[in-house]
Design a binder for this molecule. Structure first.
Ligand SMILES: [Zn+2]
Length: 282
């Protein structure tokens, strides 16, 4: 009899723990969060709202990326609604190769250009093997979150535009704006300033992810004057071999009095959005 009661009590305690964890997770993951992941060299941003996610780029290491995804996605959720690979550089897509294997991806957005690198081949092989639906986005394509927040593509402007830029892979980057309650986040992969400068981005960007990891090939004075960001995110690895970010860019940002956040100093940079977006670090 005593054993019977002990078992009942243990089952009771376990049920209580599981339900509290679940309730906590449901509560915690219900808000909309834009997370610039700290994945070392490269770019990766997760936008998550309940069990709806889009992942923009995956950094250069699949193991690190998946650790971060399991940290910021609900534990029961193994699907990502849309993955966007801005372009086929290793520090944007290497991490995605494993994610295709281990998560169900509803849609994979990328410019399917010819690129004969090991990573690009592995990525395309996995897309085929796991039957992932692909889409080549252009200006105006939109992803709408359950809350009404949305991500809208603003580059490439016409289909095949990326294909004309093959000499510079960065220029094939897909760029877009995530908008929630009038706050706008611009993510443009590694687009060079020649393209950034002529984009129709509007003049009220709240958060700019600096193009090409803060390299001087992006984020011109002209662009900054035009879009007037409040915050700038620099996503790159510590002591990376490319010398990102470039001091000219940092100088420009300081002169412009924007708030600068760097993944290699701040860790993950998280905007949690209810009526307004609040920043925190992890
Ligand atoms: Zn890059």
């Amino acid at each position: 009899m005593r054993i019977f009661y002990t078992i009942i009590i243990i089952i009771g305690i376990v049920t209580l723990i599981i339900s509290s964890v679940t309730i906590y997770q449901i509560y915690k993951f219900d808000e909309t969060r834009i997370i610039f992941l700290d994945i070392g060299q490269g770019d990766s941003a997760l936008i998550t709202e309940g069990d709806y996610q889009i992942l923009i780029d995956g950094g250069s290491d699949g193991k690190i990326l998946q650790e971060k995804l399991s940290k910021y996605m609900p534990f029961w959720d193994r699907t990502i609604d849309v993955v966007i690979a801005t372009h086929l550089d290793n520090d944007h897509v290497s991490g995605l190769v494993d994610v295709i294997k281990n998560y169900k991806i509803h849609k994979f957005w990328y410019s399917n250009i010819e690129k004969n690198t090991t990573t690009a081949r592995a990525l395309k092989a996995n897309i085929d093997e796991f039957n992932v639906q692909t889409h080549e986005p252009v200006f105006g394509d939109k992803i709408i979150f359950p809350s009404g927040a949305n991500f809208q593509v603003i580059y490439p402007i016409i289909r095949n535009e990326a294909y004309n830029n093959l000499k510079d892979l960065n220029a094939t980057s897909i760029a877009g704006i995530f908008e929630i309650n009038n706050e706008k986040f611009f993510l443009g992969g590694d687009l060079p300033f020649e393209i950034e400068d002529r984009l129709d981005v509007g003049n009220d960007i709240t958060v700019l992810k600096a193009g090409h990891h803060g390299s001087r090939t992006s984020t011109s004075q002209l662009f900054l004057d035009k879009i007037k960001p409040r915050d700038v995110i620099i996503s790159t690895g510590k002591n990376n071999r490319y010398g990102h970010p470039h001091r000219d860019v940092i100088k420009r940002l300081i002169m412009g009095r924007v708030r600068i956040f760097k993944t290699y100093e701040n860790g993950a940079i998280i905007y949690t959005c209810a009526d307004e977006c609040e920043i925190s670090f992890d």
